[in-house]
Design a protein around this ligand. Structure first.
Ligand code: TXA
Ligand code: MG
Length: 339
């Protein structure tokens, strides 16, 4: 299959919409990361997503909508607190898990009785969903296990020859995936930290539990709330060590311990401490927005090098830091050093 690169203009969006309506898979930009989209109501179309990604078949997909009202067709109930959350943070980087309606194929929900719904803010994402005329199931557009894709070039790298087209909407503004919040259980539960912070969720919902898979390694035998959380994720080929705590101390620790062939992911202020190594800076120590935008690009870039190990400075858990730290710790297989 020849994967075509479409410009995100009127013609490109219309063509992407036609391909999606026709049951094909298209890489689409969103404000968080690129998605691998297919008609969410067409099980056969959705199966091709799993094949293109090499995704485990027990890992459910998020369904994307362009207008809030579409949610009523996809879930059995929209509780009051879900409406308040949507009002506060949609369109935007948040996925709400609710009991699924009968129209959701098992290929999307993978045996669960719930479905994740997201209304993205990226104008191209919404335009292409409208052009397709159906809700769009879309996981991140990376090969399973690899870091997520935040540019059309990343998607081409992983999906060339495996999907019909990629719609190029430029670099993603948030850079880490959406926050996944479950409202399907007794209490609200944060399953994956993302572009909407835990603090922002609590401002609307009151107390929100953080699933332990966010901060800890979960054994293979344990049943987790978000199936995706149990897989090794976001991992470059070389092993990663995440260094948390005071950034100055962290930089000193890395400088002292790194081997000759090591690469470093660091905050801008510390880049000159690692002369002679391949260094990717992800933003200033206090600029969590920049860190979120650059983290996946940094992790992916090391795969084009022959570094033997990667040391990464990791922000603390406040605000967007919880999402950046979660991606880094997962990339590190929770090999974390606290300085
Ligand atoms: O920002 C995003 O959410 C991106 C863009 C494309 O929208 N999508 C994305 O999808 O990150 P994916 O498939 O890479 O991650 C979805 C996560 C997985 O960890 C999955 O297990 C979890 O959400 N998930 C999906 N549906 C679920 C459900 N019904 N219950 C629990 N977890 C669910
Ligand atoms: Mg993903």
């Amino acid at each position: 299959m020849n994967t075509i690169l479409l410009a995100a203009d009127e013609a490109g969006i219309a063509q992407a919409g036609r391909l999606l309506a026709d049951g094909q898979v298209v890489g689409i930009p969103t404000e968080t990361v690129y998605g691998l989209g297919a008609n969410a109501l067409d099980g056969a179309a959705v199966r091709q997503i799993f094949a293109a990604k090499g995704r485990p078949s027990d890992n459910p997909l998020i369904v994307h909508i362009a207008d809030f009202e579409q949610i009523y067709d996809l879930v059995t109930v929209v509780p009051e607190h879900a409406k308040r959350l949507a009002q506060a943070y949609w369109p935007g980087p948040m996925t709400i898990i609710l009991p699924k309606a009968a129209c959701i194929p098992d290929e999307v929900s993978c045996g669960l009785d719930t479905v994740g719904i997201r209304l993205p803010s990226h104008p191209v994402a919404r335009a292409v969903i409208r052009a397709a005329g159906v809700p769009i199931a879309a996981p991140s557009a990376n090969t399973s296990g690899r870091p997520s894709t935040t540019t059309a070039a990343h998607v081409m790298e992983d999906m060339q020859g495996k999907i019909s087209a990629v719609l190029d909407g430029g670099a993603c503004a948030v850079g880490v995936e959406s926050t996944v919040i479950s409202l399907a259980g007794e209490r609200p539960r944060l399953l994956r930290p993302g572009g909407v912070s835990h603090e922002q969720l609590e401002a609307v919902l009151g107390p929100v539990e953080i699933d332990r898979a966010v901060t800890q390694k979960i054994g293979d035998d344990v049943r987790v709330s978000a199936p995706g959380m149990k897989y090794r994720h976001y991992a470059p080929h070389a092993p990663v060590t995440a260094v948390c705590g005071d950034p100055e101390k962290g930089a000193a620790y890395i400088a002292e311990h790194l081997s000759t062939g090591a690469g470093v992911i660091c905050f801008d202020e510390y880049a000159d401490r690692f002369a002679g190594h391949i260094v990717h800076r992800i933003g200033a120590a206090d600029d969590l927005g920049a860190q979120a935008r650059h983290i996946f690009d940094a992790l992916r870039a090391f795969d084009e090098t022959d570094v033997t190990e990667i040391w990464a400075q990791c922000p603390d858990d406040a605000g967007l830091g919880l999402a950046v730290a979660n991606r880094l710790k997962k990339a590190a297989g929770f090999h974390v050093i606290n300085v």
